[in-house]
Design a protein around this ligand. Structure first.
Ligand code: CO8
Length: 300
């Protein structure tokens, strides 16, 4: 049985609590045939692991906008867990198979007109996804090939490195305030850790979505590259990060992120309670309904 506060998928100790993996054996004889490329795909995410390089490619494939539904989040956490537990995998590149969209963030329909039980389950899945990604021992590179608001931005921010397609039509940011909702403390902490307090404070209060060039100036993404070069660049960055011994990099990553991870772990149930209370308010439900209507009107 899993302890309370932990999804059933997560019966192993989470990555951030585990000792660093030992580096690959230097005794591997040269000239052995290359390990095969393993792939597993579920409804919303496709993963391909190249065992020779130790790099997995994770592609979001949930059209129209890769919104983070309960099903998506669960598949995401399971995929991360599978890779984390596979000793052949040392790094993962996260990108989208949907043109022009990285991820539209949390699925708003999961937060509208549902039961308290549903909101509880949904928020636990959001937390689980972040704990796994932010606390991953693997090198994580986001290849942001489209718009990436709110939860989509959180996924990017949780990676070790962010490369974005150089297209001013693609924007990224934590725009929760524009929806009349508030980014929780661990979204904020993750943001602050990337861009610093002042930029995060202004951007969060205004709910800004930054076009790619501005996001780069603010340090919200590390690099901009032409869209057609994005995957090539992501692979090059990954190779650079994997050139270091895993144990040193992993322990350093853990040292940098542990306080923020621990804070959510310590307040997980309280955070769920806060979310459920907040999202259940009629005024918040009204804001979300209006926002969804605005999206539909903008389309027509
Ligand atoms: N959730 C659910 N449905 C969505 C979402 C979403 N996040 N985003 C878009 N959709 C739907 C649209 O309503 C539309 O539906 P339909 O086809 O039925 O009309 C369909 O997806 C396609 O959308 P668009 O026509 O708008 O597609 P575009 O390609 O023109 O634009 C964008 C794509 C840029 C992603 C645009 O859809 C957009 O801006 N979406 C809203 C993104 C957003 O604001 N997300 C914030 C979600 S909240 C969050 O992630 C964090 C919450 C933290 C919790 C706070 C505690 C209370």
């Amino acid at each position: 049985l899993c302890p309370p506060g932990v999804l059933p998928l997560c019966c192993r100790p989470p990555a951030w609590d585990r000792p660093a993996r030992p580096p690959p054996s230097p005794l591997q004889p040269p000239g052995l045939p290359l390990a095969p490329c393993r792939s597993f795909s579920n409804n919303k995410i496709q993963v391909e692991l190249d065992e020779s390089s130790g790099v997995a490619m994770m592609k979001f494939k949930s059209p129209p906008v890769n919104s983070l539904s309960l099903e998506f989040l669960t598949e995401f956490s399971i995929s991360l867990e599978k890779l984390e537990n596979n000793r052949a995998c040392r790094g993962v590149i996260i990108t989208s198979a949907v043109p022009k969209i990285f991820s539209s963030g949390l699925d708003i329909t999961e937060m509208c007109g549902k039961s308290v039980e549903h909101y509880t389950e949904f928020w636990r899945a959001v937390q689980e996804m972040w704990l796994r990604l932010y606390g991953s021992n693997m090198v994580t590179v986001a290849a942001v090939n489209g718009s990436s608001p709110a939860g989509g931005c959180l996924i990017s921010l949780s990676c070790d490195y962010r490369i974005m397609a150089e297209n001013p039509k693609f924007s990224i940011g934590l725009n929760e305030a524009q929806l009349g909702i508030v980014a929780p403390f661990w979204f904020k902490d993750t943001f602050v850790n990337v861009v610093g307090h002042r930029i995060a404070e202004r951007s969060l209060q205004l709910g800004s979505l930054h076009p790619a060039p501005e996001a780069h100036k603010l340090g919200l993404v590390d690099e901009l590259v032409p869209e057609e070069k994005l995957m090539e660049k992501a692979a090059a960055v990954m190779a650079q990060w994997l050139a270091l011994p895993d144990h040193a990099r992993q322990l350093t990553k853990s040292m940098m992120r542990k306080a923020v991870l621990d804070r959510l772990v310590a307040h997980r149930e309280e955070d769920i309670q806060n979310f459920v209370t907040f999202i259940s308010k009629e005024s918040i439900q009204k804001s979300l309904r209006m926002y969804m209507e605005m999206l539909k009107k903008r389309k027509s």
